[in-house]
Design a binder for this molecule. Structure first.
Ligand code: SP5
Ligand code: ZN
Length: 343
């Protein structure tokens, strides 16, 4: 087993987010991945840590709109203190003649960003790219058959970022970039998304793809972010029909109800016969999380790993959300202990 990280992930550190009309401290703290990494060192498991390799941008551009990747990269040219919240968005029937590229025009950042929750600055790209490299390094170890279980400590997270959009603290979809490589070089892939929120970006990227199954358990989008997707009638389209499974769950559920639904998800994944499993692991399902509204316990994260392990294929776990900083290290450790048992 290996755990992958990159020091560069910390570079993106917005101060604020707009949340339902209020300016709040940014919940997606830049130390999130590092906190889990420090726990591993503290527990004497330094030997399983590995720093990420760097990959060419082509790996991102295989599943992400190259113009969006270039837009985020162009923000590196901003002044040190300059940052912006996207705040004007293309509306539903925006003119099809819209051709002006929003590159380096942050007034038009809303062309790609779908919410007001992310502050973009000159360091955003480097950190987001590093986060994707952390996922790709993990996928590489599985593809080269060096490891069967890998946990990529990605940050910023990725599952709300799609082909041509980003938002929800996510810039590039780390899990999707990695799953694409696995599906090209290893075999059919299933993505199990256990973050509190629906991974609208991951769903978008693979919605018409038959070789990647997306299965997500999340807070019911009729109540919770991202509101506009994650309903159970979204099943995939064209060649990807049947390869998208959403399991919206009510507010307040605990380990017992979650376990039943997770077992159902794993049963569906087995029927797909994947060769590899990507887990989008969010700890915002935790009982004390300030954003998520489930009531999972620390001990349950070990069970998540063990239940997912029943698929019986190599696992790449990719960090998504989880905002209770005080308990993130022990929740991460619980999950890692489950992964270790699968080796
Ligand atoms: C990766 C991920 O978990 N993204 C989640 C994005 C959710 N953004 C909206 C959150 C609004 C919650 N506002 C904070 C409430 C503090 N009590
Ligand atoms: Zn989340």
């Amino acid at each position: 087993m290996k755990i992958i990280y990159s020091e560069k992930e910390k570079l993106h550190r917005p101060e604020h987010e707009w949340s339902y009309g209020k300016l709040l401290p940014y919940a997606e703290k830049n130390t999130r991945a590092e906190i889990i990494k420090k726990g591993i060192i503290k527990d004497g498991m330094k030997n399983i840590l590995m720093e990420a390799n760097e990959y060419p941008l082509d790996y991102l551009k295989a599943v992400i709109n190259p113009e969006m990747v270039d837009f985020v990269k162009s923000c590196e040219e901003l002044e040190p203190k300059e940052s912006v919240f996207p705040h004007v968005f293309p509306y539903r029937d925006f003119t099809p003649e819209f051709t002006e590229h929003p590159r380096i025009n942050l007034k038009k950042a809303g062309y790609y960003c779908f919410d007001v929750g992310i502050e973009i600055d000159k360091d955003t790209f480097e950190a987001a790219k590093a986060s994707t490299d952390v996922a790709l390094t993990g996928a590489g170890l599985i593809i080269n058959k060096q490891e069967k279980i890998v946990f990529s400590l990605c940050r910023p997270p990725g599952h709300h970022a799609g082909y041509s959009f980003f938002g929800g603290y996510c810039i590039f979809n780390n899990a999707a970039v990695a799953a694409h490589q696995l599906s090209m070089h290893y075999g059919p892939v299933a993505i199990l998304d256990v973050d509190f929120h629906h991974g609208n970006g991951t769903q978008d990227i693979f919605y018409e793809q038959p070789n990647v199954l997306y299965v997500s358990l999340h807070g019911d989008p009729s109540q919770f972010y991202p509101f506009f997707s994650g309903f159970d009638d979204e099943k995939g389209e064209k060649l990807g029909r049947g390869t998208n499974i959403n399991i919206p769950l009510p507010s307040g559920i605990g380990d017992y109800e979650y376990r039943e639904n997770l077992k159902y998800a794993v049963k569906q994944i087995k029927k797909f016969h994947p060769q590899a499993l990507v887990i989008s692991i969010g700890f915002d399902t935790f009982e004390k999380d300030p954003i998520g509204e489930f009531k999972l316990t620390t001990a349950f994260y070990k069970e998540i790993a063990l239940i997912a392990g029943e698929v019986g294929v190599p696992i790449l776990a990719v960090l998504e959300g989880g905002y209770d900083i005080a308990d993130l290290q022990k929740n991460g450790k619980s999950f890692i202990m489950g992964l270790k048992e699968l080796e």
